[in-house]
Structure formats: C-alpha cells, structure tokens
Write a protein that binds this ligand. Structure first.
Ligand code: IMP
Ligand code: MG
Length: 191
C-alpha cells in the first residue's frame, strides 16, 4: 500500500454531520415548495447520486425519480465547456414539475446547456437544487430553487463528488489538493 488513499484531501470543508443537517433542512424546504405537485426529481449523475438519495429521504411528499447523465468534465478540475448527454431522461417531462438535483453549480456551463433542452419539452416548471455552489466562478446565470452551501473557488471531493472518478465514497466534503512534486511548490498563503 502506498500513501493514504485520501492524502490529497487536505481539508474537511463539511463534515458528515454538517451535511446531514443541511440536507434535512433542504428536504423540508422542497417538501413545502412542491407539496401537491408530485414533482419529478431528476438526479444528475454521477456526482449528485449520494446527495440525491439522502435528500429524497427527507422529502415527505409524493414524488417521482428519474436520472440523467451529462458530462462536461474529463479527468481534470476544469470544465471542458462542451456538454455531452450520456444518459437521457427515461420519459417525457411535458406538464411535469421538474427539479434537477445537482452536486455542484460551478461555472453554470453544464446547466446552461441542459436547461433549454428540457424547457423545450414544456414542463409545468423547471428548477435546480444543488448541494454546493461556487458563486465566484459563475459564467452563466442559473435559477436555483434551493442550495445547500456556497463555497469559495476550491476543488472539492467526497459525498458523491470526484476527482478523476475517485473520492466519491468519502462521507464528508473535502478540498482536493493536486500532487506537489516537491515542497517548493506548496501554495503560499502570504507570498
Ligand atoms: P459547471 O458546468 O462548471 O457548472 O460544472 C458542473 C459540474 O462540474 C458539476 O456537476 C460537477 O460534476 C463538476 N464540478 C465542478 N466543480 C467541482 C468540484 O469542485 N469538485 C468536483 N466536481 C466539480
Ligand atoms: Mg456533476
């Protein structure tokens, strides 16, 4: 065995307990907002899957589930700017109250491309709920029904979020720091 497998996760941003508390609050907000609407809650794979399954168990109203997968990232930490539809929704959303459940709203590139495609199907409503958002990096405005935490411009992993498909199974959200070749490449807070 080499180094500790989460050695590059240098700081815990939100603990498992902090996440669970906030996700429970979001479930209450969504249960009120969507009462009587039988919403279609769409998990945006893969990153949102852990958040989605926790969130839905805090929703106390009738709802339906669906999944879609889009990809704008390769194995790096910067968006490629091109959105691919890898897994489409399983059925039409015309007339439905649709809530997209996302892991993180970063530049907004992904949802900026996805939302018009879904709007074209004429849902009764279309909104986004994200566990995290990075307001400093936003390039496109995205209407948010509900957001868990606003975070600074850092790359985070855990609780479904990955770096190169790793770390999704961490129960907390932590800051990922790329490998340093030597100590001189360490980030200096006060240069
Ligand atoms: P956007 O298109 O720039 O808003 O990025 C959306 C997607 O990029 C998210 O759904 C994530 O899958 C991924 N992403 C953005 N920031 C992070 C991060 O800090 N950690 C892990 N994935 C991220
Ligand atoms: Mg994602």
């Amino acid at each position: 065995m080499g180094e500790k497998w989460d050695a590059h996760v240098t700081q815990v941003l939100y603990t498992q307990q902090q996440i669970q508390k906030r996700v429970a609050e979001m479930g209450v907000v969504l249960s009120t907002a969507y009462a009587g609407k039988n919403p279609l809650m769409v998990c945006v794979l893969k990153g949102a899957c852990v958040f989605y399954t926790d969130l839905l168990r805090h929703c106390t109203i009738p709802l339906e589930m669906d999944f879609m997968r889009v990809s704008s990232y390769g194995d790096g930490t910067e968006t490629s700017g091109t959105v691919q539809f890898l897994v489409p929704l399983s059925r039409a959303i015309t007339g439905r109250h649709v809530l997209l459940v996302e892991d993180i709203l970063d530049t907004g590139t992904t949802l900026h491309a996805v939302l018009p495609t879904l709007e074209a199907q004429k849902p009764a409503s279309l909104a986004v709920c994200a566990l995290l958002e990075k307001p400093a990096r936003r390039r496109y405005p995205v209407p948010m029904a509900c957001c868990g935490f606003s975070i600074p411009d850092v790359f985070v992993v855990g609780y479904g979020l990955d770096y190169a498909e790793q770390y999704r199974n961490l129960p907390y959200i932590g800051i990922y720091t790329p490998e340093k070749k030597d100590s001189e490449q360490c980030i200096c807070v006060n240069p």
